[in-house]
Structure formats: structure tokens, C-alpha cells
Design a protein around this ligand. Sequence first.
Ligand SMILES: Cc1cc2nc3c(=O)[nH]c(=O)nc-3n(C[C@H](O)[C@H](O)[C@H](O)COP(=O)(O)OP(=O)(O)OC[C@H]3O[C@@H](n4cnc5c(N)ncnc54)[C@H](O)[C@@H]3O)c2cc1C
Length: 497
Amino acid sequence: MTDYDVIVIGAGNAGLTAATSLALKGTRVILLERHNIPGGCATSFCRGRFEFEVSLHQLSGLGTAKSPGPLRATLNSLGVLDKLHFVEMRDLYRVIMPGRLDVTLRANRNEAVQELQKKFPAEKEAIASFFDFVYKFFQEVIGAFYLNDPEISRQKYPLFFQYALADSQSILDKYFQDPLLKLALSVYWTYMGVPPRHLPFSDLAALLFAYIEFRPFHMKGGSQMLSNTLLDQLLRHGGTARFNCAVERILVKDGAVRGVKTEQGDEITARCVLSNASPIATYIEMMDRDEVPEPLITQMRSSTVGTSFFTIYMGFDCDPSELGITETTNFICATTDSDRDYTESKRLECDESSFIISCYDVSDPDFSPPGTCQAALVTMKYAEPWLRLPPSQYASVKYRCAEQLLARSEEVFPGLWGHLEEMEIATPITHMRYLGHPGGGPYGFDQYAKDSTMFVSPKPPIVGLYGAGAWYGSAGYQPTLMSGASAARAILKELKA
Ligand SMILES: Cc1cc2nc3c(=O)[nH]c(=O)nc-3n(C[C@H](O)[C@H](O)[C@H](O)COP(=O)(O)OP(=O)(O)OC[C@H]3O[C@@H](n4cnc5c(N)ncnc54)[C@H](O)[C@@H]3O)c2cc1C
């Protein structure tokens, strides 16, 4: 008899939903987390009178009770939907390129189309056709791929077959002339981490379709509330959780897992292990080389560690309106050239980086203490240049980069700097430290088409060993929460068999 049926390594979104789903089905499950709180990226921290949201800017896939998105069903099946209070955002985003572009798209197809047509009258017809195309194409993606239609054929899903692997840039180029219009419609690429030239159009279409149809959301209490609620549900249904408890080894015998060994030296046995840690940690650091099938190593060699972020968490002593912030999500762009933007993400300096400012209090005035507001300024940054930085220079470079970004924010929201009451800065090194992932990657591997769920097998490479989360498919809240629940279903099947 094993100690548990299932051990879950890591209490990120996927680890939490997997463990909770399993506990709800009566499985004996233990969740082991190296940090002292649940959530991974989905956490918060306090400075002064602010509780800063670490990562959730826009929750996708939730929808409303009338028009539910897929995430709603997942949270409902976990018994947490009614325990959380969601806040709908009216805007998709505002895109600003100082002196050249300022456009706000509402989370409503007609309004978004009309606003763009007003700004770009010369491309009025193309804007309407593009949105028609996004909708028709993505509805085919849902049927052919997400609903796994057994009668899939080229005749039934012509757009899916023709464009599923097309890159986003070629579609934007096909429809539009004006680089500013292409920019306004493609800024979501930073939510995937690869620029439109490499981003499968199915991903860009998914982002536009899902955020418009199911609206972007936040939640009262931020993402920490989600993580705490999931943990609470796990414990109430007989699950066990241990914090400050990193897994050091995955124990394998005769090609099948039999448990784990923790950093403290405890051995815990189980029939299945699910890892929410990166595959690099899982297969290279926690296992011996001869225990890992060669094709898995080859597959990992062909992937690259994805981007991380440089983030400034800002608490202000005033309302957003005093700062001139009228929308929750603001993309501040330095260039219309997304390839150049992407190259900037591999540099240390932030003087030419595009960035996002998310001010939660615009949608939820109660998010911060009365008379204050908080915002996160985020720019994509890979870890390599930060890893090469001598420790003695780390703090000064970090503050220099923050100053560069704050100075550029001032151009858009004058007076912002003067209202700063609290500030904390996270670099890729910070994300590495708190998540334990290579490169501090909250998106996992670079999300090229070949690394997408279309191609990566959900089957465990080693008997009883499963993976879930951003490193094993798509990144973001909706995909990772759903991937944990789906891995739990696969594990239940194996346990029954
Ligand atoms: C600044 C920022 C902004 C973002 N904005 C958005 C957004 O607006 N919308 C959106 O959808 N997504 C957003 N994301 C992405 C999203 O947060 C992540 O993709 C998602 O939360 C990752 O979840 P995960 O399940 O892969 O687990 P992770 O969050 O990566 O957590 C993995 C967990 O495993 C634990 N662990 C690792 N190794 C071990 C070990 N050996 N033993 C025990 N535990 C271990 C870690 O401590 C961690 O808790 C953002 C991310 C960041 C950082």
C-alpha cells in the first residue's frame, strides 16, 4: 500500500486544480510546494498599505452565467465558482504609441470594430472582414481541435486546415496596410511571449475571440484569493498539503514512478506523480538520466526557455483618474515593429522596451485602500542578460531599468511618479527565485506552434508520471487551471485501470 494515490509537485494553478479535482473524487492526494504560500505566479505580497497582485492582469475564458466560457465549468466542477467574486472589465485594452496612436478597444466586437474604423477609415472594409475571419476561423478551431470532432475533414473545416499553422504576421499583412492598425490588433502577442511573425494565428485569434466573447475579468482579493480558495477546497475534501517542502527526487522503479523524496529527506510513495514544476526540473534535476526516455530529451532539446518579466508593482496615493489612467489595461508601445520589440526583450536595459500598465482599481475601485490605487508595469524580459550580471551590479541595474520605465510612463501619464507611495521591482531573477523555474519563465517554453498542445502528447512519458501547467502546454490562467483539471481526469482513469 502506498502512502498516497497521487503526489502533486507544485501549488501553481495547475497543481492546485489537479490536486483539488483528485481530492473531490476521493483520491488520497498530497500537494507539495517549495514556497510558503499557494499559487506559484497566482499570488500577492504586501508592502506598506498595499497588497500587490503578482500576475493576474486579465482572466480569460470565464464568461458570464448567460454566456459561459470554458473556465466557468472548470471552476464550477471544483466547487469554487460561487466562492469567488469576479470583476468584469469593460475594455480589452488601450494601445498608446506616444504621438502616433491612442485607441481603446472595448470588450465588444461591434464597438471594437467601430472604434478601429473611426481611427483607420481607409481600412474600414478590411477591419470588418478581419473580425469576420477571426470569428469564423476560431469557431472552426473549437470544433476541429478543442471539441476533437471525430469527423474532422478539410471540407468540414476549410479555414482550420488552411490557417491553423499560419503565423499571425502574414494574416495581418494580408488584411492591412497601416502598421499602426496591425499594432493595435496584435498587442496581445506579449501574452504569449512570441512575436506575430512566430505566433500561430490560432493563438492570436484565440486571444481576440476569447477576451471579446468571454470578456476579461479580475477577481476580488486578486489571484491569491483563487489560490487560497482552491487550497481550502482541497483540504476540506481530505487532501493534504505541505509548504516549504520542495521535491528533490522523483523515485522510479522498473520504468514506473513510485513516489518522491523531499528536500528534508522524507520519502513519500504514491501510484502517480503529477509535476507542476518545469520539465527541465522534473526530468533532468529530479530524475537520473537513464530513467528518462531519449525521445523526451530530444523533444526538450528542440525547445527554448521562454520569456520572463521585469515588473514594477506600484502603489499610488491617489485615484487612477488623478493619474489620467482611464482603462485597466494599457499597452504602451515603443515601436510598430514587433520583431524589434521582441529583440528588446533579450536586452537588459528598458529604455526602448514596450510595456503594459494594468491598473486594477479602474475596474474595481475597492481593490486598494480608499484614496489609493495600484498598478503593475510589466515588460517582457528574458533571463540571460540578468544571469550574466555580476551580483554587485544587480541592484543598481534593477533601479536604473525601473527609472527608465517610470520616465517613459510619465510621458503618457504625467505626474505618475510624484504619486508613487510604494514600489517593488521583480526581475527575471526574482521569478526564478520564487517559482524555481529555469529563466523564471511563467510562460514555460517559448510558445512556438511545435510546442503547442496541438503537438505535445498529453500521455505520460514514464508510467504514472504526469505534467501540467504552462511548461506542458499553453501558459496563462485559463489554460493552466484547465490543464490541471484535465491531468487529474487522466490520472483517475489510470488509477481505475
Ligand atoms: C507578471 C505576470 C503577469 C501575468 N499576467 C497574466 C494575465 O494577465 N493573464 C493570464 O492568463 N496569465 C498571466 N500570467 C501567466 C500566468 O500567471 C502563468 O502562466 C500561470 O500562473 C502558470 O501556472 P502554472 O500552473 O504553470 O504554475 P506556476 O505558477 O509556474 O507554479 C509552479 C509551482 O511549482 C512550484 N515548484 C517548482 N518546483 C518545485 C519543487 N521541486 N517542489 C515543490 N514545488 C515546486 C513553484 O514554487 C510554483 O509554486 C502572468 C505571469 C506573470 C509572472
